[in-house]
Write a protein that binds this ligand. Structure first.
Ligand code: ME8
Length: 507
């Protein structure tokens, strides 16, 4: 039976240009999507853009464009990330698409019929930058939102979602699904927030028009967050539960930044429970990037453009750094020095050097052919076993989104293999024992094959190049036992080696 896996990024606001934060979330999801595909799952990987609401409307006006033209133009910047970051997303959703408007209105209607939405009036604080309502008690002493954003006073007729009704059921749900929110800090934040008491949520606005019309009451548009969250089921064919895509719901993982965890771990499951629909299996709220220790912001002018970084360092190295640098879930600092050290130490001197040494020795001393192995010694078996065990070790780590640990595990093998080269000294064996040299180089070629397979999700380019150099067939590159255990054929002619990772910078 085919197993499904559905992973999503947040849908990004179109008014911003894609920056390192967006790249981070999307790359993390891509690594999971690729890993699960190689591991035999039928994967759906969704990303897209959030295009309604006052913030986008204001940006469109400032740009002198209609909201429709503005969103179409800017959404393309996010769509282009697929190519520039090598994302393997299966769908790209825009909330202005007819399929989404239909789904959002259908869910609204269902909640209205179930008595979960009612008409009232809202009087309170709102931040356009955050597209969030704030209680008086949440504001800072200087009157701003806790995020530092300006707030304005709103008084308007509004529909409400009975969020308060779901407080106890949410708490029971978190209790019975301890892995629903990760990491632990995120879970604790949510538990405390829900326990402190939920109030009904204003879910429509009348003071502007750039949004999805409320069914049968076109003076209202749907609150942008209420609209946006629904994208995840739109992409599964909602409201058509017979759609072939509906098999992917509920999502296995909503990956988000810690800024928007409440929407995903509280409001969204409450909306789904209220509609009688299954809730997602997990929400992971990752940490925040700073730039050389400073908060990243447009006003400070220190926004990191992923395209510039990729141009300087290469895509594989950039992706590697994002996921290797900190434990996923913690905040991270984008420091050029750290980045260059990582690239040179782990990639150029670590894996790159290993591949280069092994493949050029095979080229020079084995007529460029996969060598014939003689009897294996315990030291050979030990290294081979460590490499062969990698995929099995990585599975539970990937299930917990422990990317850093997964990469550390892979690099234990890289380090062990480099040490093995030094210890076995095949260049000396060349003069004393050609058969043993061939065995050592065969073991190393096999280790490279395992490494090439397992790095593919993280560094698709380097993974493919390494496997190409070993002439591993395309159908032998997944994580099925058949491919994983398909030992290199002795005697096979290998192409001339090419470098995997260039050294960078002055460190
Ligand atoms: O919130 N570090 O969209 P958004 C790490 N449209 N991640 C960061 C980051 C940083 N410095 N800055 C941004 C929205 N991110 C809504 C989502 S979903 C139904 C609607 C990432 O464009 C992180 O994933 O403001 C964060 O959650 C997301 O970008 C916010 O993107």
């Amino acid at each position: 039976m085919v197993k499904n896996y559905f992973v999503t990024t947040p849908i990004y606001y179109v008014n911003d240009r894609p920056h390192i934060g967006h790249a981070y979330t999307s790359v993390a999801c891509d690594v999971l999507a690729r890993f699960m595909r190689l591991d035999g799952y039928q994967v759906k990987f969704l990303t897209g853009t959030d295009e309604h609401g006052q913030k986008v409307e204001k940006s469109a006006i400032a740009a002198g464009l209609s909201a429709g033209e503005f969103t179409t133009k800017l959404s393309q910047n996010f769509r282009d990330l697929t190519g520039s970051l090598a994302l393997s997303n299966d769908d790209f959703i825009r909330t202005t698409e007819p399929r989404h408007i239909k789904a959002a209105q259908a869910l609204w209607q269902r909640l209205l019929e179930r008595g979960e939405i009612y008409l009232g009036s809202y009087a309170g604080w709102y931040s356009v930058r955050d597209e969030s309502f704030y209680a008086e008690s949440e504001l800072r002493a200087d009157g701003k939102a806790p995020t530092g954003a300006d707030v304005e006073w709103l008084e308007e007729p509004s529909y409400f979602f009975r969020l308060s009704n779901w407080q106890d059921r949410l708490l029971e749900f978190y209790e019975s699904h301890p892995d629903f929110i990760a990491p632990r800090s995120g879970r604790n934040e949510i538990l405390a927030w829900v326990k402190s008491g939920l109030t009904d949520l204003s879910v429509s606005r009348t003071s502007f028009t750039w949004g999805i019309a409320v069914p049968n009451d076109p003076a209202h548009v749907v609150y942008v967050w209420f609209d946006a969250l629904i994208n995840y089921i739109t992409a599964c064919g909602f409201p058509d539960e017979q759609s072939p895509d509906w098999q992917f719901w509920p999502a296995d993982l909503h990956m988000v930044g810690k800024d928007i965890i409440r929407f995903h771990a509280v409001i969204w499951p409450a909306m789904l429970m209220a509609a009688g629909l299954p809730t997602p299996k997990r929400v992971f709220a990752h940490g925040w990037w700073t730039n050389e220790g400073q908060k990243i912001s447009k006003s400070l002018g220190n926004v990191i453009d992923p395209l510039v970084e990729i141009e300087s360092y290469g895509l594989d190295s950039f992706r590697y750094f994002l996921l290797r640098e900190v434990s996923f879930g913690n905040d991270a600092d984008y420091s050029k020095t750290q980045l260059e050290i990582r690239i040179n130490t782990d990639l150029a001197n670590g894996l790159g050097n290993l591949a280069q040494r092994v493949l050029s020795m095979i080229q020079k001393n084995c007529e460029g052919r996969v060598p014939v192995a003689g009897e294996l010694q315990p030291v050979d078996q030990e290294l081979l076993a460590a490499a062969a065990g990698l995929v099995e070790q990585l599975r539970p780590m990937m299930a917990e989104q422990a990317f850093q640990r997964a990469l550390e595990q892979v690099w234990l093998v890289v380090t062990a293999a480099n040490r093995y080269v030094d210890d076995m000294a095949p260049w000396s064996l060349r003069k004393t024992d050609l058969a043993r040299m061939a065995t050592v180089l065969f073991v190393l070629a096999e280790v490279l094959r395992y490494l090439g397979l397992v790095i593919q999700p993280f560094m698709p380019g380097a993974g493919a190049r390494l496997l190409d150099q070993l002439t591993v067939a395309n159908e032998g590159r997944d994580f099925s036992d058949e491919s994983w255990n398909r030992v290199l054929e002795s005697g096979r002619l290998l192409p001339a080696p090419v470098g995997l990772f260039p050294r960078v910078g002055g460190v």
